[in-house]
Ligand binder design. Sequence first.
Ligand SMILES: [Mn+2]
Length: 218
Amino acid sequence: MVPRSDLIAFELSRHRAKSQEMSRSHSLKRNTAETRIELTIDLDGSGRSKIATGLGFLDHMLTLFARHAMVDLEVSCQGDTHVDGHHSAEDIGICLGQAIDKALGEKKGLTRYGHMTLPMDETLVQVALDLSGRPYFVWKVEFPTPKVGEFDTELVEEFWHAVCIQARMNLHAILLHGRNSHHISEALFKGLARALRQAWSIDPRETGVPSTKGTLTD
Ligand SMILES: [Mn+2]
């Protein structure tokens, strides 16, 4: 008879092998003359984050993004913020999109679609997305002010455009109403986090890739 402790050890190693096989995480580095970025994401994390982008407002947005998407996220960026925040925001968006695309892998068992109507005080935003492998970006948001603190509000669109194209998703974002730029940005990041969490969650009834085409990566 096999000792019970051996059986437990065997079950544990099997469990570990299975969870490693299922690991949906990715790390990358990007170095250009404008930015130096390191980013790690685990789609099946617990909402932990370590964010240092050099842009205080973007740190705030990425911290709440990780929490609401329930991902573990580490981002560090040394960028040319003496110019402005543009290169840093855009390049971090590129890195996040690439890491999401890689972490999703073959997209087996994926829910695929996600949507959210998210309120924040006077603001209401609506977002919908499809992890289709075909990038398309629709953004119907106008900010009432050009800046939140030191951060240019137009960079919210730049950031999400970069994420959308690199993660090869279809993303729609609409501001239904709102008066406060901080609330509008925060509602967008939280809404997109919640929609992504839904879209990349595993559907237990889905045994293959959720497409009649047979693939979501081409
Ligand atoms: Mn806030």
